[in-house]
Write a protein that binds this ligand. Sequence first.
Ligand SMILES: [Zn+2]
Length: 204
Amino acid sequence: MAILEVLKFPDPRLRKKCAAVKEVTPELKKFAEDMLETMYSFKGIGLAAAQVDRQIRLLVMDTRPKENGEYKLEEMTELERQVPMPFVIFNPVIVRKEGKTTYDEGCLSVPTYYETVERFNLVEVTGLDINGKPIQVTTDGLTAICVQHEIDHLDGKLFIDRLSPIKSIRIKNKIKKFGYPDPSQPQDEEELEELLADQEEHRL
Ligand SMILES: [Zn+2]
């Protein structure tokens, strides 16, 4: 197992479109496991292959809420609880989408930023599991939001592209100009509080 480097906006490699895999080889299975380890190590709940500089259609997720080292499955919806976790899917395709929902999304490739994004409330997704077996899941809740966020990565799209044009440009310019704040060196007390609060939120 290995911890992979996570690319950060504005790295142009995050904009590449990813290709479907023809077959889930043992090497790809191992790569998916490395992605999971990477995601857990950065306390993320989802990671797309594009974020670790591999342009294939693969995403990994674990949206189970955790407290004191234990999973709190009762906080998940009925549908979410039926999704195998950790969830690994090659060549994911959304075949059904319903309703609308919003969530304050974050991203390991855009650290310290959280913005409200609108997504479909329920999605049905098909693809291949970590063993190359066809799978189909129907989910809502945070798991549905996360799937849509990660599939966006496979198409070179980030959550900050889905904000109002003014907000989107403002955030992108700010990051390009100043980079990301260093959590180990807060500028002042207010910023430190903000950073600590952000760490409690979900990173997709
Ligand atoms: Zn992301």
